[in-house]
Write a protein that binds this ligand. Structure first.
Ligand SMILES: [Zn+2]
Length: 405
């Protein structure tokens, strides 16, 4: 039996709006008083992972978006380019992704990331920020590593469970049985994704999402009950990465961008995330043209906006100019979805529709509670590290926000 233990339930897409007695009756019983806190919404797809697992704001972890610009475009032959330009027309996001992956792998070409709807003429310019998920301990950056590295360095163990939505029930059952037997490693991260998947597909108020919320409430309620009867010393933090906002409007920005009198790769590059469009300029006139001729429901972020989101001055890897879309809109098609329009989205600059939430629980005698009503994701990292007696090789941005009896 290992002791002490942290169980982090990373509830992907658990909106603060779901946390009420009607939608989540079991969870609401645990989320009373100072056992619940809200978390600040973060801007940037990788920012939450960097905050929770490195304890750093994105300006220091340099973890912002999933894709960025390669130093030099990948070199590919004209035959492969031609084949992939045909694959571009496959009218199904998943099928196109699988086809691309199969073709690139069979040719021994380095795979260029998961975004399955990057147009073929842009594919070669981009690469994922990380070589793998953070729990596999990829290289993050100069002097920056993760809590998983700190655990291994201290001779401690961790596990990460991110089951496909259909397997969440059995993954939770196995987790509960291990909690009862006191058989968890020092850090166990349980990361169900079904709330995020259904939230995007059917919207936060959609029938499928309602069912996913009810399922999540039942399984998490059981896990939290099991913790309260566990023989081990367990701190359990249930935490969401972001909320989920209904999409009322779609912004088809690609046709507007492509009409600009600019050449891809020569004058500029662009990348369409779901809530923002990033631009890179090769010439000063490209910047002028985009700033004056490109418009839509949103605005270009200023350096001050980026500072306010704890981003600071982003590396050129992420872009030279950032167009953030208004809440309630989605960039569609974007470089991730071309055939299935989203009905829910998150990741807006300063999302105000909802917030991420955190609920703390523990094994008998621990009685954990939050010391503040609002924290942020770097605080979660610091709280976990302190509980486990781990030290980061750098100063973390977060502070401990849980006290115990
Ligand atoms: Zn999502």
């Amino acid at each position: 039996m290992t002791d002490p233990t942290v169980l982090l339930i990373w509830a992907d897409g658990l909106s603060s709006r779901y946390l009420n007695e009607l939608d989540t009756p079991l969870l609401s019983k645990f989320a009373v008083g100072s056992r619940q806190a809200t978390l600040q919404s973060m801007f940037g797809y990788l920012s939450v992972g960097g905050a929770v697992f490195c304890g750093l704001q994105p300006g220091r972890s340099r973890l912002l978006w999933e894709f960025g610009r390669r130093e030099a475009p990948a070199s590919v032959g004209s035959a492969l380019r031609a084949v992939l330009s045909v694959v571009d027309h496959v009218p199904n996001d998943r099928a196109r992704f699988l086809l691309r992956l199969g073709i690139l792998r069979s040719l021994g070409t380095e795979y260029l990331g998961l975004a399955n709807a990057i147009p073929h003429d842009l594919l070669w310019y981009f690469q994922p920020r990380l070589s793998s998920q953070l729990e596999h301990r990829p290289r993050v950056g100069e002097g920056v590593n993760t809590i998983f590295d700190w655990l291994v360095g201290a001779g401690m163990a961790y596990e990460y469970s991110r089951p496909p939505p259909a397997d969440e029930g059995s993954a939770a059952a196995s987790l509960i049985s291990r909690i009862r037997k006191g058989q968890l490693p020092n850090l166990f991260v349980y990361h169900p994704v079904s709330l995020d998947v259904t939230g995007h597909k059917s919207g936060p108020r959609g029938a499928a999402t309602k069912r996913a919320i009810a399922r999540f409430d039942r399984t998490t309620g059981r896990i939290l009950s099991a913790i309260e009867h566990s023989p081990a010393k367990i701190l359990c933090i249930t935490m969401s990465d972001h909320g989920m906002q209904p999409i009322e409007n779609l912004f088809d920005s690609q046709s507007r961008i492509r009409r600009l009198p600019l050449r891809i790769g020569k004058d500029y590059l662009y990348f369409m995330d779901s809530t923002m469009i990033r631009f890179w300029f090769e010439t000063a006139s490209a910047e002028d043209i985009i700033r004056s001729d490109f418009s839509g429901p949103g605005r270009f972020l200023t350096q001050r906006d980026l500072e306010a989101a704890a981003i600071g001055k982003p590396d050129r890897f992420y872009g030279d100019l950032f167009f953030a879309i208004e809440q309630g809109w989605a960039v569609y098609p974007d470089f991730f979805r071309r055939t299935h329009r989203p009905r829910g989205m998150h990741g807006y600059y300063r999302q105000t529709y909802d917030t991420p939430v955190a609920i703390v629980g523990g094994s008998p005698g621990l009685s954990p509670r939050f010391t503040v009503p609002e924290g942020n994701h770097t605080d979660i990292c610091r709280t976990m590290a302190d509980f486990l007696g781990l030290k980061a090789p750098f100063e973390m941005d977060g502070k401990p926000i849980v006290e115990y009896s």
